[in-house]
Design a protein around this ligand. Structure first.
Ligand SMILES: C[S@@+](CC[C@H](N)C(=O)[O-])C[C@H]1O[C@@H](n2cnc3c(N)ncnc32)[C@H](O)[C@@H]1O
Length: 400
């Protein structure tokens, strides 16, 4: 990838594609990586830019990163392009194909078999990795060494023909999972933030790693931990629960022990209700806040609308109190990335909290800082697992 002629890079977006895409754009802006030709063709976002594949370690919502090899291809041109790439590879050829945008397992199977036959006829030794599905998971790509010793080709069917790319990196799924399930302090009761989502929230805040970041509802310390991994140097976590503070301290210490290179991060976790932030932190001393606050009682089954409305009112008050304090300690221009829950009910519209507090937040000077305005018209991004009773609205505000 030369500076004069940047490659077209594809990002395979995670389960919440818009959120993943917004994270990538925030990351590029924070790192001051210039990009061009922004294109969202789900499940991919692509840009022309000089990008190292290793940035996948710093993105919570990207599954694969690939480099484009061709566009507007006919089926024949697609196979020729793959064949020419494979022919120039030395030694035994190992390859796989993932087809997106059309659910045609038989295409992938046929293409692979044809290519294998042609290459074998030329005297090459070939292994084709096919799992009976149109796409290969990042686990399969990794376990079959398709990046280090072989090739995975990504094919996207569009109305203008096929687009083709070659995978350069896949999400380090084992690292994410060991951080999620291996950490010593776990508290399922108060709701644990998945490390991938924590990373996305931090990236969305677009705070320079040299600047101070705060999580005022730090729970088990996931946001602080992920921020340390992302290279943030100055971090504060606060929470009003003794157990949360102890868990956070254990988890962050555990993480830093595992990765000696992160020993230079300056982090502190303290017991403090959010209503008292202004007593502890100096005015304008914080550059950014990324937090998942208390989201209400864990919900086991469908509850009455009245009970949910009552809780929504209580949470609205807590969040407003929090923003009153944020206003005191945040620098002008500083950003707040904040999760606001919404409750799904059996019939009818969900119960939302954001609409109850938005006018007051705006009066305080917090403007909605819309994420990915090129493709997204909503003021927030939704993170929701199927059948979850509580969905997360992800909001970003900027203090005037
Ligand atoms: C959903 S958890 C945060 C999850 C956290 N991000 C994690 O990864 O574990 C919410 C946290 O808010 C804390 N909390 C609730 N009310 C609070 C308040 N008034 N001030 C500070 N923390 C509060 C709870 O103790 C809990 O640890």
């Amino acid at each position: 990838m030369s500076a004069a002629n940047p490659a077209v890079v594809w990002f395979l977006l995670g389960r919440e594609p818009t959120l993943s895409a917004a994270e990538i754009i925030s990351f590029l802006r924070r790192e001051q990586i210039s990009y061009d030709n922004l294109l969202l063709q789900q499940p991919f976002l692509s840009v022309s830019a000089n990008i190292k594949a290793e940035i996948i370690n710093q993105l919570g919502g990207t599954i694969k990163i690939a480099e484009e090899l061709g566009t507007n291809l006919s089926e024949q041109a697609l196979l020729t392009a793959i064949q020419s790439k494979l022919s120039s590879a030395p030694g035994k050829i190992i390859f796989g194909i993932s087809l997106y945008g059309e659910n045609k397992t038989d295409n992938v199977e046929r293409w692979g078999k044809e290519l294998k036959k042609i290459l074998k006829a030329k005297g090459r030794s070939v292994r084709y990795v096919f799992k009976g599905e149109p796409t290969l998971s990042s686990v399969t790509v990794e376990k079959n060494s398709l990046i280090s010793k072989g090739h995975e080709f990504l094919v996207l069917k569009t109305s203008a023909g096929y687009r083709l790319a070659r995978t350069n990196a896949v999400q380090p799924f084992e690292n994410f999972s060991s951080r999620d399930y291996g950490r010593p302090g776990r508290d399922a009761g108060s709701g644990m933030l998945p490390p991938k989502l924590a990373m996305m929230l931090i990236n969305l805040a677009e705070i320079n790693p040299e600047q101070t970041l705060l999580d005022p509802f730090c729970g088990s310390g996931t946001i602080i931990s992920e921020a340390i991994l992302l290279g943030y140097k100055k971090l504060f976590g606060t929470d009003n629960s003794d157990k949360a503070v102890a868990d956070s301290q254990k988890n962050i210490a555990w993480l830093v022990e595992q990765d000696l290179s992160r020993k230079d991060a300056d982090w502190k976790v303290e017991l403090l209700p959010v209503q008292k932030l202004g007593e502890k932190f100096a005015p304008k001393s914080i550059f950014g806040i990324a937090t998942e606050p208390y989201l209400g009682r864990p919900k086991q089954e469908r509850e009455t609308v009245n009970a949910l409305e009552k809780e929504a009112g209580e949470l609205a008050k807590l969040y407003l109190d929090a923003f009153l304090e944020f206003k005191k300690i945040l620098r002008p221009g500083g950003r707040v990335v904040f999760v606001i829950p919404r409750f799904t009910i059996r019939s009818g519209a969900p119960i939302t909290i954001s609409d109850k507090i938005l006018p007051q937040l705006q009066k305080l000077g917090f403007a909605v800082d819309q994420m990915l305005p090129e493709f997204n018209k909503s003021p927030f991004l939704l993170y929701q697992r199927p059948d979850q009773l509580v969905a997360r609205e992800i909001w970003r505000f900027k203090l005037a």
